[in-house]
Design a protein around this ligand. Structure first.
Ligand code: ATP
Ligand code: ATP
Ligand code: MG
Ligand code: MG
Lengths: 256, 256
C-alpha cells in the first residue's frame, strides 16, 4: 500500500512546492515510485518538473469530478520513477465549484483510490490556503509534512494549521498523522532563523525533522530550468539537504 | 476623496503584508491619514502593526456583512495617522460563506463606502489566492499594487494575475488601474534577481516602480516586535526603500 503525504501550510512562500518537487525526486532516485500531485492552481510543481503550461491541457482538475482516464492525465518527468498529475488553469475555479458538491472534501481521496498501489509515495503540493483544495489533500493523505520557513510570520500561523489538522482528523480523516515539520530557508548567520529553530524544536520535539533545508540560491534557480535540484546541482547544499530528508523518511518507514 | 489600493498577488510569500504595513507607515509618517485593511485570514498585517490575536475579537469580517459599527472595528496603532481594520479567525470561513451571498464580490466595496473620505489612503492586504476575498479587494480598490518577488516561480504567476485584473476591470470594477509592480527581495549579488528585474522592466516598462525593495533581514525581524520598519530600524535599507516607494506614489498624486 502506497503512502500519501500532503505538503501543506497556509502561509505563502514557505517552500511547499520546492519540498514536493525535490523530496519527490530524491525518493525516486532512491528507487521508489513517486507520484507528484499538483493541487495548486499556480501550477509551480508542474513547471518545477519541466512541464510547460502549453504542454498540459488536462490534469488533477479532471480527476476530481470522478471517472478519471489516468492514461491521459498522468505524465512522466525527466526523473525516472517520478510521475506528475499536473495542475491546469481550471483548478482556479475548483475551490468555488466544490462548495456545492456532495462530500466536497473527499473528491481527491476517492479519485486517488485506484492509484494507491501504483506508487510507493504520492506527494500532494497544496496551495497557500486552508480552503477546499487543501482540505481535499488533507482528507486524501495518510500524513502531512509541514514546511516551516524560519521567519516570524510563518511561525505565527503554525497553531492555526495544527488546529485545522486536528479538525480534519476528527471530522474527515481519522487516520491523518503529522509526518513532520521541516525547517526551510534556514540561514545560520541570522538570529531570527536560530530563534525560530529553537522555539520550534522546544515545542514540537521529535516531530521536527533532523534535516534542515538551508537558504540556498541554487534551489531557487533550478525551477527556471524545470529541473529538481538533483539534476540541476547535485553538490549544492540544497540538494544534500533534501537527500538527507528523503533518507530520514525512508529510514522511518523501514524502522516501522 | 481617499485612494483605495489593493496589495495583491496570488503567489505566496512575495512581500504583500510587508509592503502593506511599511508603505502604510511611510505614508502616515508623511502626514497622510492611512487605513490598513487586513483581508488575510492569517492576520499578519494585524500583528505586523502590533495588535495581538488575543486583543482583537472583531474586525473586517464583521464589516463584510453590512452595517458595521466602525467605532468598535477600527483600531489605532503605534504609528500616528495609521489605523487598522484587523483580521480575525472567522475570516477563514468567509471565502466559502461568501459564495452564496448576493453580489458576493462587492461586499467590501459597499462596506468601505462610509470610510472613503475619512482616510487619504486605504491599503488592503490580500491573501495569497485569487478567491473571493481578493476579488472583494480588487472590486473595492481604485488601483492595485503588485509586489513581485525576484524569483522564477513568482514571475511565472504574473500573467495569470494580469488576466484576472483585466477580468475584474471588465466585469466588476471598470475603474481599476495598476498602481504599479514593486520588485521585492531583490539581491543584487544574485543572477536570478537581476534577470527577473530585467525581464519585468522590459515587459512592463514604466508600470514598474523605480523603488526596489532589497532583501533585508531587518524587514523580517520587525514583525516580531510588532513594528513597521520605520519604528524598528529607520536607517536600514528596507526602511529607506519603502520611504522611496511612498515618495514615488505621493509625487505621482501631486503630479496628477
Ligand atoms: N531553501 C531555499 N533557499 C532559497 N530559495 C528557496 C528555498 N526554498 C524555496 N525557495 C524559493 O523561495 C520561493 C518560495 O518557495 P516555494 O514556491 O517553494 O514556496 P511555496 O510554499 O510553495 O509557495 P506558495 O505558497 O506560493 O505555494 C521560490 O521562489 C523558491 O524557489
Ligand atoms: N525585502 C525583504 N527582505 C527580507 N525579508 C522579507 C522582505 N520582505 C518580506 N520579507 C519576509 O519574507 C516573508 C514573506 O513576506 P510577507 O509575509 O510579507 O509576504 P506575503 O506575500 O504577505 O505572504 P503571504 O502570501 O503568506 O500573505 C516574511 O517572513 C517577511 O518578513
Ligand atoms: Mg507552492
Ligand atoms: Mg501576507
Amino acid at each position: 500500500m502506497g503512502r500519501i503525504i500532503a505538503i501543506a501550510n497556509q502561509k505563502g512562500g514557505v517552500g511547499k512546492t520546492t519540498t514536493a518537487v525535490n523530496l519527490g525526486a530524491c525518493l525516486a532516485a532512491a528507487g521508489r515510485t513517486v507520484l507528484l500531485v499538483d493541487l495548486d492552481p499556480q501550477g509551480n510543481a508542474t513547471s518545477g518538473v519541466g512541464l510547460g503550461k502549453e504542454e498540459v491541457d488536462r490534469g488533477v482538475y479532471n480527476s476530481l469530478c470522478g471517472d478519471a482516464d489516468w492514461e491521459n492525465l498522468l505524465r512522466s518527468t525527466e526523473v525516472a520513477n517520478l510521475d506528475v498529475l499536473p495542475s491546469t488553469r481550471d483548478l482556479t475555479g475548483a475551490s468555488i465549484e466544490l462548495v456545492e458538491v456532495e462530500r466536497r472534501e473527499s473528491c481527491l481521496r476517492d479519485a486517488l483510490i485506484p492509484l494507491r498501489d501504483e506508487y510507493d509515495f504520492t506527494l500532494i503540493d497544496c496551495p497557500p490556503s486552508l480552503g477546499l483544495l487543501t482540505l481535499n489533500a488533507l482528507t486524501a493523505a495518510g500524513s502531512v509534512l509541514v514546511p516551516l520557513q524560519c521567519e516570524y510570520y510563518a511561525l505565527e500561523g503554525v497553531s492555526e494549521l495544527m488546529s485545522t489538522l486536528e479538525l480534519v482528523k476528527e471530522e474527515l480523516n481519522p487516520g491523518l498523522v503529522l509526518e513532520g515539520i521541516l525547517l526551510t530557508m534556514y540561514d545560520s548567520r541570522n538570529n531570527l532563523s536560530r530563534q525560530v529553530q529553537d522555539e520550534v524544536r522546544d515545542f514540537f520535539h521529535n516531530q521536527v525533522f533532523e534535516a534542515v533545508i538551508p537558504r540556498n540560491v541554487r534551489l531557487s534557480e533550478a525551477p527556471s530550468f524545470g529541473r529538481p535540484i538533483l539534476l540541476y546541482d547535485l553538490q549544492s547544499k540544497g540538494s544534500q539537504a533534501y537527500l538527507m530528508l528523503s533518507q530520514e523518511i525512508l529510514a522511518r518507514d523501514s524502522g516501522t
